[in-house]
Design a protein around this ligand. Structure first.
Ligand code: SAH
Length: 413
C-alpha cells in the first residue's frame, strides 16, 4: 500500500495522464509513495449506451450526472480504514493549504469529479467534504482533482528533495512567502538585496520574516483577518510577531479634576494661583497634566492606567507629588525597553492663565523624563465658558505620547 491512495471517479480518466508528466508527482508515483486509481464513470453507466447523465427535472439547460453510476463506482472502491470522500463542486468550501495538510495523514482519498451542469443532488450524501478550488466555474472536476493530488503529494515525506522548503511556504502560517533570488547577482540592473549575500543568517531570517508580513499585508490582508487565523494561538499570530518588530507605539491619556476651595492648584509640578482661590481636588496632588501623560505612557504599552499602579485606596499616594509618580511610570516604560519620543498635551482651563507657566512645566516634565524639552509640547486653551471646564467646575488635560523601542543592548535592567 502506498502512503496515499487516490481513487478518482471521473468521466474523463484521460485527463489524468497529465500527472505522469508533473515532476514531483510523477516521481512520487514511480516511488510508489502515491497510487492513483481511476474509476471510469462510463463503465458504471446504464443500458447499452452506458448512460451517465440525463436532463434535469423541472427543465433547464444542460445535462446532469445521474446518481446511480456514481454510487456504483463509489461502492466498487475497496475502502481503507482511514479514508475520506471529496466531491468537487464550485459550491464547496474553498480549498486551503490547511485542508491538504489535514488530508495528508489519510490512507485514502476518494475524489468525485462532476461534469456538465453538475451532478444529481443525491450524490452529495456520498461526500465527507465538498471542495471548490476557487470562486470560478470549470467544465469538470478533473482539474480540481489534479490540483488536490498535486498539492497533497508534495506534502508527503520523501517527495520533495528538501523538506525544509515546506516550512516557510506561503499559506502555511497564513503568511505569504518571502521573495526568492538566485544567481546572477545583478540581472537587467535589478540587484539581489545586499542582506541575502551578507552571510549573516540571523539578519537574513529577520529580513525574510519581515518580508512575509509586508507581502501579506500588502497583497492578501484577508489572510490574516479571517476567523481561522484569529483562532490560532496568540504566539503564532502576526500581531504578536509584528508587535515584536514594531518600533513605535502611541498612547493617549485624559484626566479631569474638580476645582474646589481649600486645595492647591498644581499643574505640571507648578503651583498656580486661581483668582477665586480654587485648587484641584483628588487623592494625590491632582496634577492633571502629569496624570494624563502617565496614562498616555501606560496606554501606549497597553499597561492599563494610573489607577492600577497608584490606587486611591492606598494611603501612601495621598497628596503625593504627581511628578514622583511620573518618575515611577517612566521607569516602568524604560524597563520594558521603550523610550519617549515626544509628548503633546493640551490643558483645558478657563482660569488662571496657564501660558506664562508652560515653559516651567515643560522643564519639570523634561527633567523627570530625562528628555530634551523640545520633545514636549504643552498647550493651554479655555473652553470658551462651555462645559465643566468652561464653568470652572474643573480643569482637564489631554496627552498623546509616542514611544520608540530602544535597541536591545541599550535596555536597562
Ligand atoms: N452548475 C454547477 C457547476 C457545474 S461545473 C454549479 O453551478 O454548481 C461542472 C463540474 O465541474 C462540477 O460538478 C464540479 O465537479 C467541477 N467544478 C467546476 N468548477 C469547480 C470549482 N471551482 N471547484 C471544484 N470543482 C469544480
Amino acid at each position: 500500500m502506498s502512503d496515499m491512495n487516490f481513487e478518482v471517479i471521473t468521466l474523463f480518466p484521460k485527463a489524468f495522464e497529465l500527472i505522469n508528466n508533473l515532476g514531483v508527482i510523477t516521481k512520487a508515483l514511480e516511488k510508489d509513495l502515491i497510487n492513483v486509481n481511476l474509476h471510469d464513470l462510463r463503465k458504471y453507466g446504464e443500458g447499452s449506451y452506458r448512460q451517465v447523465d440525463d436532463r434535469p427535472y423541472g427543465g433547464g439547460s444542460g445535462m446532469v450526472l445521474k446518481p446511480e453510476p456514481i454510487y456504483k463506482a463509489h461502492e466498487s472502491i475497496n475502502k481503507l480504514p482511514n479514508s475520506k470522500t471529496l466531491l468537487m463542486t464550485p459550491q464547496g468550501k474553498v480549498l486551503k493549504q490547511n485542508d491538504l495538510l489535514r488530508w495528508s495523514s489519510l490512507d485514502q482519498l476518494i475524489i468525485i469529479c462532476g461534469q456538465y451542469e453538475g451532478f444529481d443532488e443525491r450524490v452529495r450524501s456520498l461526500a465527507d467534504e465538498e471542495v471548490s478550488i476557487g470562486d470560478y466555474v470549470l467544465s469538470g472536476g478533473e482539474i480540481p482533482a489534479i490540483s488536490i493530488i498535486n498539492g497533497l503529494t508534495r506534502l508527503l515525506p520523501g517527495t520533495l528533495g528538501d523538506p525544509g522548503s515546506l516550512v516557510d511556504e506561503s499559506h502555511n502560517s497564513f503568511l505569504l512567502e518571502y521573495p526568492h533570488y538566485t544567481r546572477p547577482l545583478i540581472f537587467k540592473e535589478m540587484k539581489v538585496p545586499d542582506i541575502l549575500v551578507s552571510g549573516n543568517h540571523e539578519e537574513i531570517k529577520l529580513w525574510r520574516k519581515q518580508k512575509m508580513y509586508e507581502r501579506t499585508l500588502d497583497r492578501r490582508k484577508d489572510l490574516i483577518s479571517n476567523e481561522d487565523y484569529k483562532k490560532l494561538p496568540k504566539s503564532k499570530r502576526i500581531d504578536e510577531d509584528s508587535n515584536e518588530m514594531m518600533k513605535f507605539r502611541i498612547g493617549n491619556g485624559y484626566d479631569i479634576h474638580r476645582l474646589v476651595k481649600g486645595r492647591n492648584l498644581i499643574i505640571g509640578g507648578v503651583k498656580l494661583q486661581h483668582p477665586d482661590g480654587l485648587g484641584l481636588d483628588g487623592h494625590s496632588d491632582a496634577d492633571v497634566l502629569s496624570h494624563s501623560i502617565m496614562d498616555a505612557l501606560l496606554g501606549a504599552l497597553s499597561l492599563g492606567d494610573i489607577g492600577k499602579y497608584f490606587p486611591p485606596s492606598d494611603q501612601q499616594w495621598k497628596n503625593v507629588d504627581s511628578l514622583y509618580l511620573l518618575s515611577r511610570v517612566i521607569e516602568l516604560i524604560r524597563k520594558q525597553g521603550w523610550e519617549v519620543n515626544n509628548i503633546d498635551s493640551v490643558i483645558v482651563a478657563e482660569r488662571p492663565k496657564i501660558k506664562p507657566f508652560v515653559e516651567v512645566m515643560k522643564k519639570n516634565i523634561s527633567e523627570i523624563l530625562q528628555i530634551d524639552d523640545s520633545f514636549i509640547g504643552i498647550k493651554a486653551t479655555t473652553n470658551e465658558k462651555l462645559g465643566p471646564e468652561g464653568r470652572e467646575e474643573g480643569i482637564s488635560c489631554h496627552s498623546v505620547v509616542l514611544l520608540e523601542k530602544k535597541d536591545e543592548n541599550e535596555v536597562e535592567n
